[in-house]
Design a protein around this ligand. Structure first.
Ligand SMILES: Cc1ncc(COP(=O)(O)O)c(C=O)c1O
Length: 321
């Protein structure tokens, strides 16, 4: 690891659930189709749970929970983060409680079956999403009153501890560049709850890796998403006691399409291109839209010179759910 990143992450243990560094490899047929060197960081292949960026966050969050001697972790919503947290809790010997909106019959059966396999204890909130946080608070209070040491996981894993996982990714990029001589002029990925991008930007500042990290918004306007990323980057840098250059937060909201969790035509076409040329699956909500941005930027000459790293943040299960 670069000294700068290893020094600042030394005090933050992982649960050692995932296999890192993940592979970085060239996309030869896409590169030749677009006339540009494109690489992919395979965070869909983290070797744990359902894979994807959430497993990286879970690794740091459960590392923190274990260091704090937690017996139980709790979170809310049926997201890929919660499902991967269930896998992580199972493998770490922790109980996991998840509060979900609606009733059992409202849940996606595949998601439900994954939760059940990993032994998650599910609680249903009939009054919908707005009431989830209160439900979680009273659940946590009740577990604590019974003597449990409860660690609450931010939904999406995007707090400062979760974002450390993407600070670490900068080390993988630096090591790859040192080994191969390939320096990425741009790093592109999907951004939503902000942990991935906040971590990358903090890592980029600490490692002094000269690149442009472009977050492709999955839902919010560029100004709202940038604000979210900047705030989280600030709290992550504060946790590490390192300075941060917030001008490095770059968000593009031009590929949201019809909205959050709704497929866009460009995203579907980009996913098809990745599948046909490289045999790589992308989901329609996150990675497909980020890939649409990547292709559009290259085709419209918006990236200047240099190799590009596309981060495959996972979400493959979204192809089936
Ligand atoms: C597959 C996938 N990619 C990207 C993201 C966005 O990452 P972040 O929430 O850290 O901004 C998500 C978030 O849910 C995701 O599931």
């Amino acid at each position: 690891m670069t000294d700068a990143i290893s020094d600042c992450l030394a005090a933050h243990p992982r649960a050692n659930l995932i296999q890192v560094p993940t592979i970085i490899h060239k996309l030869p047929r896409l590169s030749s189709r677009l006339g540009r060197e494109i690489y992919v960081l395979r965070d869909d292949l983290t070797g744990f749970g359902l894979g994807g960026n959430k497993t990286r966050k879970v690794d740091f969050l459960l590392g923190d929970a274990l260091a704090k001697r937690a017996t139980t972790v709790a979170t809310m919503k049926a997201t890929s983060f919660s499902r991967n947290a269930a896998a992580g809790a199972a493998a770490s010997g922790l109980d996991l409680h998840v509060v979900l909106p609606g009733s059992e019959s409202d849940q996606n059966p595949l998601s439900q079956s994954v939760f059940n396999k990993w032994g998650a204890r599910l609680h249903f909130e009939a009054n919908g999403t707005e009431a989830l946080a209160d439900h979680l608070d009273s659940l946590v209070a009740s577990l604590r009153s019974k003597g449990e040491v409860v660690y609450v996981l931010h939904p999406g894993g995007s707090d400062a501890v979760g974002a450390l996982s993407y600070v670490r990714v900068l080390d993988d990029l630096c090591a790859f560049s040192a080994r191969t001589g390939v320096h990425f002029s741009h790093v592109m990925h999907s951004t939503s709850s902000a942990g991935t991008q906040a971590g990358l930007v903090v890592g980029q500042c600490i490692a002094d890796y000269d690149t442009r990290v472009v977050g492709v918004s999955a839902s919010r306007s560029a100004s709202d998403q940038s604000k979210l990323v900047r705030e989280l980057a600030q709290s992550t840098a504060k946790l590490l006691d390192r300075p941060i250059d917030l001008s490095r937060v770059i968000v593009d909201d031009g590929f949201v399409g019809p909205g959050y969790a709704k497929a866009s035509r460009e995203g579907e076409m980009a996913a098809q291109t990745f599948a046909e040329l490289e045999g790589i699956l992308l989901d329609p909500v996150y990675t497909g839209k980020a890939a649409a941005a990547l292709i559009d930027y290259i085709e419209n000459d918006r990236l200047g010179e240099g190799p590009i790293c596309f981060i495959h943040t996972g979400g493959n299960a979204g192809v089936y759910y």
